[in-house]
Design a binder for this molecule. Structure first.
Ligand code: PLP
Length: 393
């Protein structure tokens, strides 16, 4: 009898499955849009990051098709070797302009900015000071660094100051790292206070704006919201969310950008994404710039949706962006809630342990500007029905 050496993974998987901690994959049968077809039914999409409904925008599609006509499909190589096109240069300039910084750079993904750059910024004897709710890619990036890390309680400025005070005496360089918009709760980092404390303790600042671009600061992100475009040392983000495209971005001083692409192993040792992606990404930045009403409409819709949910009796937690959580409590109920929503044509994600603490399970709604008021009212009607049936309201 041959022993299956990987059978321990089956046991682990089965355990996870029993705990309800595996991902049931759902297949899109159309483009990702406000009302896509998922598993044979048209649904109201409240589970995508496509806030500005640009993922299937005709202008992005045309920009991508034009780029394919000129440059083909694959980049052919890592950008560092033989895959860099003028479209990439144009995008880098567009990022800098959009973010109000000297330099701009694109990475393959947002994840690869954090996982590739954070390991390079600090050395032994330095320290990262990180919000406890920061994204997993930040946590991984910090783990790969020779520097130490200290964690402060979520958005707790007194705790940040306590940590900074002790870090100042124990370490050389300090970088405070924070998400701009926290993806599980939809709350916004207190970037003005973080910046002020960082100045006081001679620390640098690194902000992850993946859920802030296209949303905060008239679409330009959290540094624009706080007027700190030239103050935050490292600004990273993603084209895969409100921009509707794909890829990561970095904005900062030109020497930061030059250092970043010459040292990030993710940038140097992995293929560049296709030129068509660069063209679509640039197009998205232009649209956000030229159509501020799109961002305003997104905010109007999220205000409406959140206040109506609260009127129905739901607890929307700390949500203050187009991420609108509905707090449920235990994981099983949250999963059942999401399943019932889906059966009635509303697609929203249940977020359960270990993504959030036990007892903190919730449904995460993400507003897409392409949803009409009628769509939102229908979603609210379904929420009311399911909420009553499960005894949440
Ligand atoms: C989505 C996200 C990322 C990863 O971005 P991708 O471009 O999808 O790889 C990183 N950080 C935060 C906070 C995110 O929400």
């Amino acid at each position: 009898m041959t022993r299956n050496k990987t059978s321990y993974l089956r046991r682990k998987y089965e355990e996870m499955d029993e705990q309800g901690e595996t991902w049931p994959l759902k297949q899109l049968e159309t483009a990702s849009r406000a009302r896509p077809v998922v598993e044979g039914r048209e649904v109201i999409m409240l589970a995508s990051n496509n806030y500005l409904d640009l993922a299937n925008d005709v202008r992005l599609r045309e920009a991508a098709v034009d780029a394919i006509d000129r440059f083909g499909v694959g980049a052919g190589s890592d950008w560092s070797i033989a895959g860099y096109t003028e479209l990439q240069d144009e995008l880098h300039d567009a990022i800098a302009e959009f973010k109000g910084t000297e330099g701009g750079l694109s990475y393959q993904t947002g994840f690869s900015v954090n996982a590739g750059l954070l390991p390079q910024l600090l050395d032994d004897g330095d320290v990262y000071v990180s919000d406890e709710y920061n994204h997993g890619s930040i946590i991984d990036g910090i783990r790969l660094s020779p520097a130490d890390s200290l964690v402060y309680e979520h958005s707790d400025m007194a705790d940040l100051e306590r940590v900074l005070r002790s870090a100042r005496s124990d370490y050389n360089r300090i970088i405070v790292v924070t998400d701009g918009v926290f993806s599980m709760d939809g709350d916004v980092a207190k970037l003005d206070e973080i910046h002020r404390l960082a100045e006081e303790y001679q620390a640098m600042t690194y902000v992850d704006d993946c859920h802030g671009e296209g949303v905060l600061g008239d679409g330009h992100g959290i540094t624009a919201e706080f007027g700190l475009e030239e103050e935050i040392d490292f600004q990273m983000g993603s084209f895969s969310k409100a921009c509707g495209g794909f890829g990561g971005m970095l904005a900062g001083d030109q020497h930061v950008v030059d250092f970043a692409y010459n040292t990030s192993r993710t940038w140097l040792l992995s293929a560049g994404y296709p030129p068509a992606v660069a063209a679509a990404n640039r197009c998205a930045l232009e649209i956000i710039d030229e159509e501020p009403e799109r961002v305003r409409d997104l905010w109007r819709k999220r205000e409406y949706f959140q206040s109506e949910l609260e009127d129905l009796g739901f607890d929307t937690g700390a949500g203050e962006t187009p991420i609108v959580p509905v707090m449920i409590g235990d994981s099983k109920t949250a999963k059942e809630f999401a399943e019932r929503l889906f059966e009635k044509g509303v697609f929203a994600l249940s977020i359960v342990y270990p993504m959030v603490p036990r007892g903190g399970a919730r449904i995460r709604n993400q507003i897409n500007v392409g949803l009409t008021e009628t769509d939102l009212d229908e979603a609210l009607r379904v929420y009311d029905e399911v909420g009553r049936k499960l005894g949440i309201i």
